[in-house]
Design a protein around this ligand. Structure first.
Ligand code: ATP
Ligand code: MG
Length: 332
C-alpha cells in the first residue's frame, strides 16, 4: 500500500470546522486506502512562542480530536513529533544541505517573520521547512496530502531528497505533494473572504468543533452575510452566504444546487438555523468522544506511545542509513 503522511499543528485548543472538513475527513478516508501516518507537529508549534502547559494540553487534545474524528490508531500510525527523536536528528542534516538563499525564499517564513518583525523572529521559523522535510523523508511516503499553502515546503523536501540522493547515493523516496482539491475550504464567519484559521481568525469567525452547541449556533446566527436577502451561491458577490451554503453542503452531503433550490423564497434566517443545526449534529459526537478520551489521559498517552514506537520502526533505519552515508562514525 502506498504510504502517506499528514499533520496539523497543536496551535489551538480545538480544531475548527475547516480543519475538520478540509483535512480530517479526508484523512479518515485515506487510512483505509493507504498506509497512513498522522502526527502532531508539536516541534513546529514552538517556532512561535507557546505556553508550556498549554502546549502539552493542546497536543493531547489534538490527538483526541484526531481519534474522535475517526482516525483509528490500529489502522494508522498516530504519534507526536517530539516522541520520535529522528525528526530533530534528520532536520540537522537537512539544514546542512539547504542553501541560505533557498531557505530565505520560503513564503511562510517571509509572512510569519514579517508579522513578528524580522529581527525578532526565531531561527526556528527559518528552519521550519527543513524540519518539515525531515518529517516527510523519514517515512518515505509517496504522497504528502497538503493544502496549497504547503506546496512550496513539499517542493523543498523533494529538492533536498534529490540532492541527498545524488550526493550520497539513493536513500530517499522523492515525495509528491497531493494538493487537496475536492476538499471543502471553509471561510471565516466574520470575514468570509479569508479562510477560517486557528491563529488568524477572531473567536467569532470560528466554528470550533469542541465549542458548546449554543456557542456554535450563536456564531452562525451572527455570521456576516450581505444586504440583499436571496440565498444564492456566488463567491465573489455573496461570500458569506456562499460559505454557509458550502458548510451545509459538506456536513449534509447535499449538492449546493439542491440546497439553493430549497431556499427559494426563504430568508437568510432559515439558512442560518439549518446550518447551525446541521453543524451541531455533525460535531457534537466528536466533541463528546473527545471529552471521553480526555477523561482518561493515561489511555490516550499509551496509544501515543505505541504510535511513536510504530513510527520509530520506520524512522530509525532511515536515520541510520543517513548517518552512515554522510560519514558519521557508528557509536558501536
Ligand atoms: P494556523 O492558523 O495555525 O496555520 P490553520 O487553521 O491554518 O492553523 P493548520 O494546522 O495550518 O490549520 O492546517 C491543518 C490542516 O487543515 C491542513 O491540511 C489545512 O490545509 C487544513 N485547513 C486549515 N484551514 C482550513 C480551512 N479554512 N478550510 C479547509 N481546510 C483548512
Ligand atoms: Mg495554516
Amino acid at each position: 500500500r502506498m504510504r502517506v503522511l499528514s499533520g496539523m499543528q497543536p496551535s489551538a485548543e480545538s480544531l475548527h470546522l475547516g480543519n475538520y472538513l478540509g483535512a480530517l475527513v479526508n484523512w479518515v478516508r485515506e487510512q483505509d486506502e493507504y498506509d497512513a501516518f498522522f502526527f502532531i507537529p508539536d516541534m513546529h508549534a514552538i517556532t512561535v512562542p507557546q505556553d508550556p502547559a498549554e502546549l502539552r494540553e493542546r497536543t493531547r487534545k489534538t490527538a483526541a480530536q484526531y481519534i474522535a474524528g475517526g482516525i483509528d490508531p490500529e489502522k494508522s500510525t498516530l504519534f507526536v513529533q517530539s516522541h520520535v527523536p529522528e525528526h530533530a536528528q534528520l532536520a540537522w542534516v537537512m539544514m546542512c544541505l539547504t542553501g541560505f538563499g533557498e531557505a530565505s525564499r520560503m513564503t511562510q517564513f517571509k509572512d510569519k517573520s514579517a508579522k513578528q518583525g524580522a529581527d525578532n523572529a526565531g531561527v526556528g521559523l527559518f528552519t521550519y521547512p527543513m524540519l518539515m522535510a525531515a518529517d516527510i523523508l523519514l517515512y518515505q511516503p509517496k504522497g504528502v496530502p497538503v493544502g496549497d499553502d504547503q506546496r512550496q515546503h513539499v517542493e523543498l523536501a523533494r529538492d533536498l531528497a534529490q540532492r541527498f540522493n545524488s550526493r550520497f547515493g539513493e536513500t530517499f523516496v522523492v515525495p509528491e505533494a497531493f494538493i487537496q482539491k475536492g476538499g471543502a475550504r471553509i471561510y471565516d464567519l466574520q470575514d468570509p473572504t479569508s479562510k477560517m484559521s486557528k491563529s488568524a481568525s477572531s473567536p467569532n469567525g470560528l466554528i470550533n468543533i469542541l465549542d458548546d452547541p449554543k456557542v456554535i449556533a450563536k456564531r452562525i446566527k451572527s455570521a456576516v452575510t450581505d444586504d440583499d436577502t436571496v440565498v444564492a451561491h456566488d463567491r465573489a458577490s455573496k461570500p458569506g452566504v456562499t460559505n454557509l451554503l458550502e458548510i451545509l453542503s459538506a456536513v449534509t452531503n447535499t449538492p449546493v444546487d439542491t440546497l439553493v433550490a430549497s431556499y427559494e423564497g426563504k430568508m437568510y434566517g432559515h439558512l442560518k438555523v439549518d446550518v447551525a443545526e446541521a453543524v451541531v449534529a455533525a460535531v457534537s459526537p466528536i466533541r463528546e468522544r473527545t471529552e471521553q478520551l480526555l477523561a482518561d489521559p493515561a489511555v490516550l498517552d499509551r496509544l501515543l506511545a505505541r504510535g511513536a514506537e510504530k513510527a520509530r520502526e520506520v524512522s530509525q533505519p532511515v536515520l541510520d542509513a543517513v548517518y552512515e552515508r554522510v560519514g558519521f562514525l557508528p557509536p558501536f
